[in-house]
Design a protein around this ligand. Structure first.
Ligand code: XMP
Length: 513
């Protein structure tokens, strides 16, 4: 395992990502990690980039014990400045920020770090730079603007690079990471998804033991389905999945999930129809954040109540709660950065742990989304479910703008169903990251046959994104939009007009609420 110490760069998680592409396992921890508290010994350490200046008061610094581990170290950007700072403080504010492409010029052709990458494009993003070599180091690469683009302390196997090898703009950057991990650290390339399944099943069995039982919520999405299938493979019917129908799921969702998970995948699933309870609580509520809170709290309440009805065979209590947490969520919580502003409160089941005194089990916490999909395919989960677009916890409640009632939900659901059906028919579903229909709380005049109509408006949204932090609207061709609009107006009672949302994120968000 390679240890990545995160100094808070927005790219840090990509370091582990790239290494995994070469089947090398890496784990990211905050830069403040005490080495004496690690329960394993890394084969090598990578110090990430970060938004700070090493010479500023309060700038983060690595535990010096890292240098006593006797393993190779690679400092990237801030990580390299940290190496220099510790060894002679040769770091200064650059005259100007360097941001963008540069050409890597390898001056030490024998350096194992740069085998196969000379003259490739690398990506720079830094303000500070080295103005001299730290003691014991030599220059191994330069670029037009950086005389110290790559440095090495050869006897100690410590390397520093000014560019970011982890971003795809550094065309051969991942080769640099591989060179470091495989040729310099001798990390093994044995991390595969098949291995992951086996070791994870063993780990779950050990953790849960021979008799304890586990409960988990499923939503019909890929993460909870994959996590549930993995649990079922590990402990069979001692895993209890619970689907709470909150009245704001997609059209026929509860029935479809039951069929796919129970009948298809053999998951021990109970479906609870709590739609009246949720819709009652949502009566008269129009504020989006209030809707989220009501749905989140009602969910916890219903889940606890229904979970209490599930009685493990030997009369014991349920001990564990399964959660489909992914690596990006883990990174979000361990990343070395200040509290980021909450734009929207996202629904989760965290509150259940404290209330129900359950222990958490998170089999996907090491995986990225595309790895979860790959895992899903290997576990035999149907392709359509594995590649399903994400769906927000508060569901259609935040896609019915204004008050959420059963009839409004019904309109939004039907329109959404038609839209997604047409997207699939046109072969566009996998090109789009997320698509849905929103029901707007305004009425608009129309004419149908000879009749004047005065009915609501549907807004269609489709976006392309890699991380949902920024997104672009999807450029459908006009005939496609024409067809969807015509079907929705003709087939869904209560809708007289359809619009297509052409705002990117930012400034808009993906959802309308
Ligand atoms: P926004 O609207 O914040 O959406 O640009 C980004 C992604 O997050 C989803 N989303 C949510 N997911 N609970 C969730 O579980 C929520 O309250 C929530 N709000 C937005 C949204 O669907 C998109 O994928």
């Amino acid at each position: 395992t390679i240890l990545v110490l995160d100094f808070g760069s927005q790219y840090s998680h990509l370091i582990t990502r790239r290494l995994r592409e070469f089947n090398i396992y890496a784990e990211m921890l905050p830069c403040t990690q005490k080495i004496s508290e690690l329960s394993w010994k890394p084969k090598g350490v990578i110090l990430s980039g970060g938004p700070y200046s090493v010479y500023e008061e309060g700038a983060p610094h690595v535990d010096h014990a890292v240098f006593e581990l006797g393993v190779p170290i690679l400092g990237i950007c801030y990580g390299m400045q940290e190496l220099a700072w510790i060894n002679g403080k040769q770091v200064a504010r650059g005259e100007k920020r360097e941001y963008g492409p540069a050409t890597l010029n390898v001056v030490d052709q024998d350096s194992p770090l740069f085998v196969g990458v000379n003259h490739s494009r690398v990506w720079m993003s830094h303000g500070d730079k080295l103005h001299g070599l730290p003691t014991g180091y030599k220059v191994i690469a330069t670029s037009d603007n950086s005389p110290f683009c790559g440095i090495a302390h050869e006897s100690k196997f410590i390397y520093g690079i000014q560019f970011h090898p982890e971003v795809t703009h550094s065309t051969l950057g991942k080769i640099v990471l591989k060179n470091f991990a495989v040729d310099i650290c001798h990390a093994r390339q044995n991390w595969t998804m098949e291995n992951f399944i086996d070791t994870e099943i063993q780990r779950i069995r050990q953790l849960v033991g021979p008799t304890a039982e586990v409960i988990g919520a499923v939503s019909g999405g890929v993460d909870s389905t994959v996590a549930s299938k993995l649990m079922t493979e590990a402990i069979g019917d001692r895993f209890h999945a619970l689907l709470v129908d909150n009245g704001v799921l997609r059209l026929n969702e509860a029935a479809i999930v039951k069929q796919t998970l129970c009948d298809g995948l053999g998951i021990n699933l109970t479906v609870v129809d709590a739609s009246d309870e949720f819709l009652d609580k949502l009566k008269g509520v129009t504020d989006p954040e209030k809707k989220r809170k009501i749905i989140g709290n009602t969910f916890i309440h219903v889940f606890e109540r229904e979970a209490a009805k599930i009685k493990p065979k030997d009369g014991k209590e349920i001990e564990f709660l399964l959660q489909g947490t992914l690596y990006p969520d883990v990174i979000e919580s361990i990343s070395f950065k200040g509290p980021s502003q909450t734009i929207k409160t996202h629904h989760n089941v965290g509150g259940l742990l404290e209330d129900m005194k359950l222990k958490l089990i998170e089999p996907l916490r090491e995986l990225f989304k595309d790895e979860v999909r790959h895992l899903g395919e290997l576990l035999g989960i149907p392709h359509d479910l594995v590649w399903r677009h994400p769906f927000p916890g508060p569901g259609i409640a935040i896609r019915v703008l204004g008050e959420v009632t059963r009839s409004q939900v019904e309109i939004a659901r039907k329109a959404d169903h038609i839209y997604i059906e047409e997207i699939k028919k046109a072969g566009l579903y996998n090109k789009i990251s997320q698509a849905f229909a929103c029901l707007l709380p305004v009425k608009s005049v129309g004419v149908m046959g000879d009749q004047r109509t005065y009915e609501q408006v549907i807004a269609l949204r489709a976006i392309e994104t890699s991380d949902f932090m920024t997104a672009d609207w999807f450029p459908f061709d006009h005939d496609f939009l024409k067809k969807v609009a015509s079907r929705i107006v003709n087939e869904v009672d209560g809708v007289a007009r359809v619009t297509y949302d052409i705002t990117s994120k930012p400034p808009a968000t993906v959802e309308w609420e």
